[in-house]
Structure formats: C-alpha cells, structure tokens
Design a protein around this ligand. Sequence first.
Ligand code: SF4
Ligand code: SF4
Ligand code: ZN
Ligand code: ZN
Length: 318
Amino acid sequence: MMTKTMAPPEVTSTCLICQAPLSFWQAQNSGLCGRPECEWRYALLRQQHEVCVVCGRPLSARELSIQTCSAPACQRAAVAERGRMVYERNQARYAALIQQEIEQAARLRDRVMTAFGFREPDSFRLTVIPAATTRLVKPTERRRRALRDHLNALLDQTAGWPAPPLTAEEPAPPPTPRESRLQAVLGQACACCRGFCCEGGGDHAYLKVETLHRYQAAHPDQRPRDVLATYLERVGQRTVEGSCIYHQADGCALPRTLRADLCNRHFCKALVEFQRDLPATGPIRGFFVAAHYGAIHAAMLVHDDQVLIVQGAGAPEP
Ligand code: SF4
Ligand code: SF4
Ligand SMILES: [Zn+2]
Ligand SMILES: [Zn+2]
C-alpha cells in the first residue's frame, strides 16, 4: 500500500463529502465541513482505502484500483511514489542477496577449511567477487566493424601526436617476488570470476589514442595498417555474450601490452579491498568466492603459489 508522503498538491475549498464551502482553516486541515455525517463518512472511506493516497479526495469506482484520483498532479505524484517504492524494494532485495552471498560463502570456506584440516580459517580472507555469465557467441560482423571504425579513428588521431622522446624513461624497477605472487593471485581471482568487469568493454575495449600511441612507440616499424591488423586479428571466433569483444572463455584475448591502461590497472572493489587488507609480510592467503545474485558459481583457496579450485562450489549446501 502506498503511504501518503507529500502534501496535497492543491487545497480543496469545498467539503470532500458534501461539497459545502469551507473556511480557510477547514480547507487547510481536514478538507471537511465539520458536520458529523461528513466526518463519519470520510473516516469510513479512509478505513476502506477509498480516498486518493495523494490528496485525500474520495475516489470514484474507476479510480479505486490505483488508489489515486484522476487529478494530473496526483497521478504524477503517484507515479513518482511508485518509482521510489520499486527502487527501494530492489535495493532491499539486492542488499539481502549480498548478505546471503556472504553468509553462504563463509559457510563454504569453513567447510573447505575443515575438510582440508586448515587451522586459522580467518587468515584466509574471505573475498566475494562477482561471477560473469559465460555464454559464448560468434561476434557479429557489426561488432567487428564497430571495433575497426574505433581503431581507425584512434589511429587517425595518433598521426598528429608527437613522436616519443628518444631518451627512454627510467625503466620501472622489476616487481619483487611478493608483488609478482600477488599479481598472480589477483589474476587467478579474475579467472575465477571470469571477467565480470569486462562487460563494459563493448566494441571499444576501452582502447584510447594513448594506448595505440604507446604501442606504436614500442613498434616503430609497424605502419598504422599493421597496428590495425594486430588488434583485429586478436578478436576470437567465440566471445562472451554481451561483454567486451575481446572477452573469451579463458579471459582477455589481448596481451597486456595491447590492452588499455584501464584494463591493466582496474580492480573491482572486492579485489581493491583484498589488496588493502593484505598483511605487509607473510604468505598471501585468500578464499575467493564468485557469486551472482545470491548463487555461488565458483570458489578457490589460495596459499601463496598454491591454488585449490573448490570442486562443486555451486552445489546445494549439505
Ligand atoms: S577485477 Fe573483479 S570483477 Fe573484474 S574480473 Fe577481476 S574479480 Fe572479476
Ligand atoms: S580488453 Fe580485455 S581486459 Fe579489457 S575489457 Fe576487454 S576483455 Fe576485459
Ligand atoms: Zn460536508
Ligand atoms: Zn488526488
């Protein structure tokens, strides 16, 4: 049932029941003339939910089903109110699903820990990551054309860019063994999730002028048409439906050197938090659970360079 949350859009100047003229005070407050019959009749209508939820006018038989009178302002207010309610209901459902996912994931971790005799289950941080759908489809000609047009537009723009400086920048120091292990763990988590965040890649894969310019600087022998071919030939025969054109069953079809900076840098909130909470020293441990709308799809346990894929993680709980 809708709740009355806003002031009536217009103040009636006659009694809502008998249409007798009202004083300013009556019009501002009850909308009734004060006669007991009108008070009684109106109370009954309210009790039976036969008054407009916005302005309080008695409803005609035709208006009863929507509980709103036909005044345009009441109709607009009711539509806005319904929209708000649907939004809040969806938010509440979503929050409940997330909570359900976390509880299910925690029970799964405890079962796995017990089964393998691990002590200190809490030292394996529970991280719930999304789970992508993995229906594979053939990328359409339209999608390939859209990618080609995007790349051509970028290559046209790189032509106007200055050549890279001759003196190369100081190369970044090589990653420490721990940093390399962490990168490997994050890569495995993304494989467990199967690239949920790649959905937004569409037919552009977040590729920008900077990406192509960087690639051209590293491969000065390649002409624009070679660069174009390099990118186009990476599109697979089967890509994940509704996701980035480079998103395949086994992950991204582009090597890291060809990917957009965003793709190389991005981590979802769950993985950002995992890295933030990771102790500065000691083994890298984690229990990752990929879930979608309250259903667990996959799970894995990581202890440094050892990875245990939990078989049947999505099966019903015992
Ligand atoms: S960053 Fe997060 S959402 Fe993206 S693929 Fe990795 S685990 Fe999935
Ligand atoms: S280019 Fe690769 S990493 Fe980037 S969105 Fe597409 S599939 Fe994901
Ligand atoms: Zn009256
Ligand atoms: Zn109304």
